[in-house]
Design a protein around this ligand. Structure first.
Ligand code: FES
Length: 106
């Protein structure tokens, strides 16, 4: 799926992620700096916080309770479209998804 990451300072990067990769992995593998992913994707650090473009929110699976709990600990402002990138898996359905990254992850 083609995913576009927009960093807090405006730099935009569109990458093509293999099916099943999570969006934190995709950011790290492509040198996108606005996502840290310190826990390696186990939903335990909240340093992969991102804002999902509203138009794609309905395409995402609902966040798990663990993800909702971790979203309480994000460094930047939590918004209604806040998600943890490691908990979103790339699928064809997400093609064209836009993620905006916060200015701080810790
Ligand atoms: Fe740690 Fe997503 S990488 S919560």
């Amino acid at each position: 799926a083609q995913i576009t990451y927009i960093e807090a300072h405006g730099q935009t990067c569109t990458v093509d992620l293999p099916e099943g990769w999570n969006l934190m992995q995709g950011a790290i593998a492509n040198g996108i700096e606005g996502i840290l992913g310190e826990c390696g994707g186990s939903c335990a650090c909240a340093t992969c916080h991102c804002y999902v473009d509203e138009s794609h929110l309905p395409d995402l699976a609902e966040p798990s309770q663990t993800e909702l709990d971790m979203l309480e600990h994000v460094a930047a402002e939590r918004r209604p479209n806040s998600r943890l990138a490691c908990q979103i898996k790339a699928t064809a359905r997400l093609d064209g998804l836009i993620l905006r990254l916060p200015a701080a992850q810790e």
